[in-house]
Write a protein that binds this ligand. Sequence first.
Ligand SMILES: [Zn+2]
Length: 159
Amino acid sequence: MVYDREKARRANTKWRKAHPERVRKIARVWYKAHPERARERAKAWYKAHPEQIKNSRRVIRETELLIIAQRWGDEFPRCRADATPSLIDVPCRGKLQVDHLNGGGREELTWSRLMGVCNGTRKLDDLRVLCELHQAAYAIHRGDSVGGSDPDEWQDEPL
Ligand SMILES: [Zn+2]
């Protein structure tokens, strides 16, 4: 029998599609065994697909905001400065950001937080949505460099 490269390729693709979790497992083993080549491959892919990277990051960011907003009873993300009365004399401005109660944000990598929120493995109780201006206003209001909010000053309860 002659080896049909095209047929083999199709069979391979079909198998990969049918067993995504096996493919992921194999990939993980390969990445672990070849860290240098894995890094190079990833870099090359990132370089070749800048738009995809930008879009998927944006989608993940927006998904995270939406999940956190809904945790606090909002259908869509909005700045929750209204829950801290001392902040609302300043109007909202800037992009919506994730605010950490108690300022835990510095120790946690943004990317691991994003993934944890989006895949449901991270709890949401200490996260809120604030706009850039209110996040900055809050830091000044608290007078510290830790950032994040004080849970005692939030007036609404999670759902
Ligand atoms: Zn605001």
